[in-house]
Ligand binder design. Structure first.
Ligand code: FAD
Length: 376
């Protein structure tokens, strides 16, 4: 046995685990964080860093909105390295059908206190001059933002440390259960609660978690300051990202604080190798060029892939595991874990300390049934 029992062991120092550790330490709990690699090196290092309010379901809205507000509150104190930039999102509508979606989204957000503004075709062109002519318009959501996720995770971990948490990196956990985290060398760490924040690898520690890997590609360009000014997302994204097909791409472009442009993205099930796949990269870039033809003339620096931890209903798994109540799951955040990390960490700390939380945790119960859901 290694040392005295802690209140909480967090397995995983991605942005979700780091946030859980920070919120638990802030609540006065004695926390140990264990990660097989470095901080923020899993999906967190691969992600796009778009902090976005989403409305696929009320539960998704609740967690993304709550988290967005926590990011907004934290923004003034975030170090420069986190690159919090209030760039806002523009949902780009290509045609009249997508303009209907703009109107629906505008009404949905408005009814729930999220500011947004409908852009005509001319207003869209003025805000983003490199978009092609002939688009129908868009929806500007000014409260959305962008961060640099690995530094976000490191910052949260540093905040956890400053509040007493102990962090052990390059320490792989072989098994968890019964209040014990066992390492490969047989050593054991004990805690009242073990938070499984191992992202896409969470089911290896807690078999039975409803997580599938969903691969994504991204590409970053050289520096072209102001070439893209907002996080741009096509509304056709709704048709492709939520389709049932195994492979899809959607136009997504993000201005980085460095002046670089991050271009996404693809979604693939049943592709559990990390290699960049040329057919997917080509499809993704063709889609991006359909929206911004000038992208074809810019220099690309690097492309990479990452794995989203997808659940059947696209909601994360946050809560005690019925099979072993010493395990509290905080995984399955698919394409929204950078955004929802802060809300997740706070919910986890509230569950452990039995504090009332700002939003109900029940929709994210990891033991829920998925009768009416398919991975989408
Ligand atoms: C291409 C792409 C684009 C994305 N874009 C966005 C976006 O714009 N906005 C957004 O909100 N989200 C986005 N996401 C999603 C986001 O990146 C993830 O949801 C988020 O990073 C998940 O964080 P995590 O901490 O749960 O997992 P991870 O970052 O994967 O961290 C898990 C950690 O657990 C550790 N671990 C695993 N097994 C063990 C073990 N046995 N012992 C010890 N440690 C272990 C790993 O080393 C790792 O550090 C994107 C994802 C991808 C792939």
């Amino acid at each position: 046995m290694s040392g005295a029992a802690r209140d909480v062991i967090v397995v995983g120092a991605g942005i979700v685990g780091a946030s859980c550790a920070e919120a638990c330490a802030r609540a006065g709990l004695h926390v140990l964080v264990l990660d097989a690699a470095g901080a923020g090196g899993g999906a967190t290092a691969a992600g796009m860093g778009h902090l976005v309010v989403m409305d696929d379901s009320e539960a998704q809205f609740a967690l993304t909105r709550y988290s967005q507000q926590l990011w907004q509150q934290a923004a003034p104190t975030l170090p420069r390295a986190v690159e919090y930039t209030a760039s806002g999102t523009i949902w780009v509508a290509a045609d009249a059908e997508e303009m209907e979606e703009v109107e629906r989204k505008h009404a949905y957000y408005g009814a729930r206190g999220v500011a947004s503004g409908i852009l005509s075709a001319a207003e869209l062109a003025a805000k983003e001059p490199h978009l092609r002519a002939g688009l129908a318009g868009g929806l500007l959501v000014p409260g959305d933002a962008v961060i640099y996720p690995p530094c976000g995770a490191e910052y949260l971990l540093e905040r956890a440390r400053a509040q007493g948490a102990e962090v052990r990196l390059h320490t792989a956990v072989a098994a968890i259960g019964g209040g014990v985290a066992r390492l490969a060398d047989g050593s054991e760490w004990r805690a009242a609660t073990i938070v499984n924040a191992a992202g896409a690898w969470a089911p290896r520690l807690t078999p039975g978690l409803a997580i599938r890997w969903r691969k994504g590609h991204l590409l970053i360009t050289d520096r072209y300051p102001n070439w893209v000014r907002h996080q741009l997302v096509e509304l056709g994204y709704l048709k492709s990202a939520h389709g049932v097909s195994n492979e899809s791409v959607a136009f997504n472009a993000q201005p980085r604080a460095t002046g670089q442009i991050l271009i996404g993205s693809s979604r693939q099930f049943e592709a559990e190798h990390s290699a960049v796949e040329h057919h997917m990269l080509t499809r993704m870039l063709r889609r991006a060029e359909e929206y911004m033809p000038g992208l074809a003339g810019l220099s690309a620096l690097r492309a990479w892939t990452g794995f989203r931890a997808a659940t059947p209903d696209s909601l994360p798994l946050i809560g005690r595991w019925a099979g072993d109540p010493t395990i509290l799951v905080a995984a399955g955040h698919e394409g929204l874990g950078i955004t929802t990390s802060l809300g997740t960490g706070q919910l986890v700390a509230d569950l452990i300390t039995a504090a009332s939380s700002a939003i109900p945790a029940a929709p994210y119960d990891p033991n829920r049934s998925y009768e009416h859901a398919t991975h989408h």
